[in-house]
Design a protein around this ligand. Structure first.
Ligand code: CP
Length: 306
C-alpha cells in the first residue's frame, strides 16, 4: 500500500510497488476518461523553488486531469520564504491546506526534511544534484512500454553523471532489476559519484566507465543522454569547457542497434542534435507524455484512491 507514503528516492518503493504503479499508469493511458474525477475535491501543492517545465506542468496537469485542484508557486520570492520562513514551517503550513505536496528545491535533502514536518504525503520533484524519483518513474514507464521489460538491458548513461539527479535516481532504482548492465559515459570530471557505484557493487550489477560514446554505442539497448548541469557548477569556465563534450548526431546513431532507444529527461541544450528527433529510436518526447500519466498514477496511489 502506498497510501499516505512519501516519495523521496525511488528505493522508497519496492519494485513490486513500482510495477503496480506502472500498471495503474497503463490503465490511465488506456482509459483516461475513467479517472477524470478520481481526485475531485483533492488539492495538490506544487512548490517549485527551482525552475521546471516538465515536472511542474506534468504534476499540475496530472492533478487537473484527475479532477483535483492545484495551488503553489514557481517563484519562492512571492512567499514567506522571502521573509525568512524555514522550509519546515512552510511544509507544516501548506500541508494544512493541501492533500499532497510536490516539491523541487536546489538543496539536496529538502524534500526529506519537508516530509518530516508535513501532515500530508511529500513527493520529491528533484532535490539539488541528489534524486528525481518521479523522473525515474517516467523513465521506467517509458522503458517498460517501449522495450516490454525492466530487466536484461544494457543501458548507456551519457553526459553529466556527477550532477545528474535523474541518473542517480534511475541507476540506483534499476540496480534491483535482474540482468541489468550499465555503461557510464562521461568526461573524467563528470564521472558517476561513488555512492551510486557502491549501490551497484553491493547488488553485483556490472558496469564500466568510459569517455568513448562511439565505441560503446553498438552494445546498448538504451542510450540515456543528459545535459551538463550548468547550475551545479562552481566555475563557469569549467562548464563552458565541458558542455559540448558529447553531441549525439544522426551519424553517431548509425553505430547503434536498429532497436536502441534514446531517452533524455530534458531539457536538452546541445547534447542531442535536432536532426535525431526524427529518428524512430528517439523516444524523449514520448517520455514527456508518459511523465504526466505516471504522476497521475502516483497521486492516486499516495492519496489511496484507485
Ligand atoms: N526532466 C525534468 O525534470 O525537466 P524540468 O526541469 O523541466 O522539470
Amino acid at each position: 500500500m502506498l497510501k499516505g507514503r512519501n516519495l523521496i528516492a525511488p528505493v522508497d518503493f519496492t519494485m513490486e510497488e513500482i510495477h503496480s504503479l506502472l500498471d495503474l499508469a497503463d490503465a490511465i493511458i488506456d482509459n483516461p476518461a475513467a479517472y477524470a474525477e478520481s481526485a475531485k475535491g483533492k488539492v495538490l501543492a506544487s512548490l517549485f523553488y527551482e525552475p521546471s517545465t516538465r515536472t511542474k506542468f506534468s504534476f499540475d496537469t496530472a492533478m487537473l486531469r484527475l479532477g483535483g485542484s492545484v495551488i503553489g508557486f514557481s517563484d519562492p520570492t512571492t512567499t514567506s520564504t522571502a521573509k525568512g520562513e524555514t522550509v519546515a514551517d512552510s511544509a507544516k503550513t501548506i500541508s494544512q491546506y493541501a492533500d499532497i505536496i510536490a516539491v523541487r528545491h536546489p538543496k539536496e535533502g529538502t524534500a526529506l526534511l519537508m516530509s518530516r514536518y508535513s501532515d500530508c504525503p511529500v513527493i520529491n520533484a528533484g532535490d539539488g544534484g541528489h534524486m528525481h524519483p518521479t523522473q525515474t518513474l517516467t523513465d521506467l514507464l517509458t522503458i517498460r512500454r517501449l522495450e516490454g521489460r525492466l530487466d536484461h538491458l544494457t543501458i548507456g548513461v551519457c553526459g553529466d553523471l556527477k550532477f545528474g539527479r535523474t541518473i542517480h535516481s534511475l541507476v540506483t532504482c534499476l540496480a534491483r532489476c535482474e540482468g541489468m548492465r550499465f555503461v557510464f559515459i562521461s568526461p573524467q570530471e563528470l564521472r558517476m559519484p561513488d555512492y551510486v557505484k557502491t549501490v551497484l557493487d553491493r547488488a553485483g550489477v556490472p558496469y564500466y566507465e568510459t569517455h568513448d560514446l562511439e565505441a560503446s554505442m553498438p552494445e546498448l539497448d538504451i542510450l540515456y543522454m543528459s545535459r551538463v548541469q550548468r547550475e551545479r557548477f562552481v566555475s563557469e569556465e569549467e562548464y563552458l569547457r565541458l558542455k559540448d563534450y558529447f553531441i549525439l548526431t544522426a551519424d553517431k546513431m548509425q553505430l547503434a542497434k536498429p532497436s536502441m532507444m534514446v531517452l533524455h529527461p530534458l531539457p536538452r541544450v546541445n547534447e542531442i542534435a535536432v536532426e535525431v528527433d526524427s529518428d524512430p529510436r528517439a523516444a524523449y518526447f514520448k517520455q514527456v507524455k508518459f511523465g504526466m500519466f505516471v504522476r497521475m498514477a502516483l497521486i492516486l496511489k499516495l492519496l489511496g484512491i484507485e
